[in-house]
Ligand binder design. Sequence first.
Ligand code: MF3
Ligand code: CO
Length: 248
Amino acid sequence: MINIRSEKEIDLIRQSGRILAGALHLAESSIAAGVVTGELDQEIAAYIRSRGGKPAFKGYNGYPANTCISIDEQVVHGIPGHRALQEGEIVSVDVGVLLNGYYSDAARTFKVGAVSAEKERLMEVTLASLGKGIAAAVDGNRLSDIGHAVQSHVEAAGFSVVRELVGHGIGQAMHEEPQIPNYGAPDRGPRLREGMVFAIEPMVNAGDWQVKTLEDQWTVVTADGKPSAHYEHTVVIRKGAAEILTLE
Ligand code: MF3
Ligand code: CO
């Protein structure tokens, strides 16, 4: 069942999402060569708590950190630790916030100093593909229209979409129905209705779409070692255009 949220519930998710947007803004201003990922994780967690929220990833299925920080060929679920960021890397920061019983989830990819032209384009295409997915997430469309819009944009640019990980419904749990693949044929699956709240999150690889998981049981990396980018927003389906709930 896909939940339809009341305006009151949507407002609670929006309040959670505002804190999250602030946390990603903080990440953006902190990221630089030499920054240690575990320290960035702590800084983000302290910020979320200072605004009354709770970092939602900590302890989720045993996840050991507050945020996911994934560098270069790491697609998602990179565990922050002792690694220091280096000039030329791209770093995806994925954050969840729980506030007053409601979850929000968002991610952005940042540059550490100057990066290669390929990484630059990968980031642009991934962000734009999230925009295409959000544009397809409107009342009256069908679920698979979202993934189809993402995939079409990504593949036209010569990149590939990760298949193994998907977006999701969100609200009173971080992961609710439905699963939202970033690929597939259009016009399939349930009809989208105003009040559905989704985390839409394209993960885009510069090379092939295949991924594998490292021995730490969390870090997902590209099979070919090429870089990957990730952008995510929590949005509510509306008539006409979805509303993004993870904005400041
Ligand atoms: N942000 C991820 C998602 O969108 C969840 C991270 S998994 C966790 O599904 F274990 F780190 F929480
Ligand atoms: Co998510």
